[in-house]
Design a protein around this ligand. Structure first.
Ligand SMILES: Cc1cc2nc3c(=O)[nH]c(=O)nc-3n(C[C@H](O)[C@H](O)[C@H](O)COP(=O)(O)O)c2cc1C
Length: 215
């Protein structure tokens, strides 16, 4: 049996989302709308680009927790990209998800080894230790089930200077963004494959020739 003909099993619908994996893990930064503007950071992997012109991104956030409430209240958030050196911090920041018990007198932001730097375009700060950040303003919010889908305009983007390349593509031989396979299994990108249009045009031409010859 060729690999394309392998038999398939039916996946319980409740687990279908686990097949959309691995997904990039981002640290979403947000602030309370109170006078103190308390800063909060939490990991999210349901993050997607929804428009290039204008630059817009979407995040699906479970309808409870600090990030959800902060984004609704202040309409601003940062999407920060951690690399593999921040796996401990991102896992500790996902306390509702992985059932970590923080004491009453010390919240997660007291214990996380993450620091903030003022953003360029919004009042929510950037996670200093992350290698890239998108600063976003909420433009739409959709109630789509147990998650809320927030869409934000990207107002400003920044990248660690040593990772800059002429086409702004991440140099994956020098930085490892973190992916979530599912649940408590994270993954790191281990290989890249560069595709050339010239090579694919040759492949396409030979298929066209073979198909025409078969008529
Ligand atoms: C790797 C990882 C990815 C996650 N992705 C999402 C997600 O896409 N959407 C979501 O609602 N929660 C997600 N979570 C769970 C939140 O991070 C978790 O509920 C967190 O405690 C929310 O914190 P907050 O109350 O400070 O907002 C994820 C957790 C981890 C560890």
């Amino acid at each position: 049996m060729s690999t394309r003909e392998q038999s398939k099993v039916s996946v319980p619908i409740a687990f279908a989302h686990r097949l959309l994996a691995p997904r990039l893990v981002c640290l979403i930064g947000s602030c309370s709308s109170t006078k103190e503007r308390t800063w909060n950071v939490a990991p999210f992997s349901n993050v997607v680009v929804v428009s290039n012109v204008p630059q817009r991104v979407g995040i699906a956030i479970y309808k409870e927790g600090t990030t959800y409430n902060n984004i609704l209240a202040l309409s601003e958030f940062t999407i920060n990209m951690p690399d593999d050196s921040l796996i401990e911090e991102l896992w500790l920041a996902g306390h509702n998800y992985n059932q970590l018990q923080y004491p009453r007198d010390l919240g997660k932001m007291d214990l996380l080894r993450l620091t903030s730097t003022a953003a360029t375009s919004i009042s929510v700060p950037v996670v200093t230790e992350c290698f890239a950040t998108l600063e976003c303003r909420l433009i739409a919010s959709y109630d789509l089930g147990d998650h809320q889908f927030f869409v934000g305009d990207v107002l400003y983007a920044s990248l660690r200077a040593d990772l800059q390349s002429p086409d702004w593509r991440l140099p994956l031989n020098r930085i490892l963004p973190v992916l979530q396979n599912s649940g408590n299994q994270l993954a790191l990108p281990t290989a890249t494959r560069d595709l050339s249009t010239e090579q694919f045009q040759q492949e396409l031409n030979s298929r066209v020739k073979a198909r025409r010859a078969s008529f």
